[in-house]
Design a protein around this ligand. Sequence first.
Ligand code: ADP
Ligand code: MG
Length: 674
Amino acid sequence: MALQAHLDSDVTALPGVGENRRQTLAKLGLYTLRDVLYGFPRTYKDFTRVWTPGELQDEGEYLVRGELIELSERQISGGRRLVQARLSAGGGTLKLTWFLVHRRRGYTYIYQRLQNAKQLWVYGPVKRALLEWEMNSPEFYLKAPRAGLAPVYPLTSGISNQMRVRWVEHVLGYLGEIYECLPSHLTAQFGHRHEALRSIHFPMSHSALEKARRRLIFEEFFLFHLGLQLGATAVPGKVHQPDGPLVERFFQSLPFQLTNGQVQAIADVRSDMESSARMGRLIQGDVGSGKTIVALYAAVKAVESGGQVAVMVPTEVLARQMVDRFRDALQKLGIEVELLVSNMPKKQRSAVLEGISSGTIPVVVGTHALITDGVSFKNLTLAIVDEQHRFGVRQRQALGDEQSADMLVMSATPIPRSLALTLYGDLAVSTIRDMPAGRKAVDTRLIHPRQRNQVYEFVVKRVHEGEQAFVVFPLVEESDKLDLRAAVQEMERLVKGPLKGVRVGLVHGQMGQEKEEVLEAFYRHELDVLVSTTVIEVGMNVPRATVMVIENAERFGLAQLHQLRGRVGRGDKQGYCFLIADLKSDTIKRRLQAIRHSTDGFMIAEEDLKLRGPGDLLGLRQSGQPLFLLGDIVEDRELLELAAIEAKRLLEENPELEGYPTLREEINRQRPAI
Ligand code: ADP
Ligand code: MG
């Protein structure tokens, strides 16, 4: 404990750091001893191997040793001096050059210091010159430097690398061997923290560095998962009855055969709902994979057990669509479904509120209006949240927390497992990987802007066949006025030109209630084409829509494109997706080709995650601050998964983490996720 507290001390506790240096260190983000300790090297100088000039093969940074066979110094222009030397060993030579600015500290005496040297070690970038290897401005050593990898820290004027080395050594020395937080079976696997911290600053070898990184990354992930799961395990929830005749009738009413993924997801939900622990389950599946069936099943089951069900979706349009779908499926079973949104007649609203609290309304579908004051359920046993990432974790939990209702979360954004673990670490996951049989893949094409008009002619043709189309324009930022104006102009140009004569609705993110009305009208087929910025809702279900046109497709992430494409071809007609893009660069071309040829949202999401990072994948702005100091949820996903499993295991054995004071302390220090 005392140790931990000591790490929170101000940097002035370090030797040679007073008020001035404290301010300089602040520029590097170093305020406490912990910052110094966790201020890992930017890179390393590789002293693990000493090369002779004769062994050099490729350009790069090397530590080279040789006999000093030549040394000269002369005055050049601008008051500078040029020192040149030549090393020889192993049958090759290396030419060394230093340009010395007079009076600049450290440089002035190179010539004098080298004068009596016989052997020399130099470190720097080796380049191939005409006849031999050369190195400019190398660091040099008269004795062999300590073997291993030498840390290179971010610096600022007034702070030298050597100082940082000294300070890190100071803090490490203070910590000793007792600074450990992981249980012993994990230190046996990953090594000790103190050792890892020493090694990441001063690794003896590449493998030692790798081992240290693994230990520290594992620790980061492990603490993160403990934080997520602590207190979330085995909360008592609702116990639902085994499936009865109502559920039976529900299954019989389905006009199709369930896919394997659906069957499995339903089985997961069944066992969660029947158990006494509170269900926390994420159902994820690609667009069109049929997640709604799982939600409907859960709702019927809850109602059959005498409970109430709340279904929360992010927008009013989606709420209205969802109500339709729930009514479609449930009314024939005699289950009433009501809508609750903020924007509804007062009288109707109070009737719904009354029915919710008296228990006469078994199923209610709504927006966040469901979690506002004045909504109180008689016996809520199941909360369903759709399109989860649009809600904060807290909002998700707010629905149903009061009565610790079972929780079912549905995500239409295929999320790579690694990321799902990070964002939904407190949820169990069921993934629907297969598509309903007979589903036609959307015909996807890359279109050069010059051929744009043909695309719109095609759109008009489909419209005359009674089909509908989306046209999407990207906005760099919804709040960017200039960008928005450009997009709106483009849209208007379309309306007056290529799309003349068809019923076009226009929406963008800065519209208020009006936007919902346009979307609603499109949904009701009072409009043929919906032109919009990216605000077309994930989850918009318009079976008559067959064409998706995406302008400036190169500006979207792959996962986003895939989501947009998923809006069409949901009925029995063939869907089309046109990606209009100037394929200037190869990367753009490769990316768009990838989406053209793949229909697997998970693979696309993985690809996107690699290319653009998690912020983009979720359509969120990158916060700039990575979630983890060292760990990368893509590169290190194997450790991320392992950490999740180990965290779960530990909490099952020891839910309060008794006997692990350091661990608890570390968890509390972790900044909250998202
Ligand atoms: P998601 O929410 O996963 O995007 P939906 O639940 O909206 O998918 O289902 C998409 C469409 O596929 C709906 O029209 C639904 O009725 C239909 N559907 C779902 N499951 C099946 C199935 N097993 N076989 C055939 N059609 C299905
Ligand atoms: Mg859906």
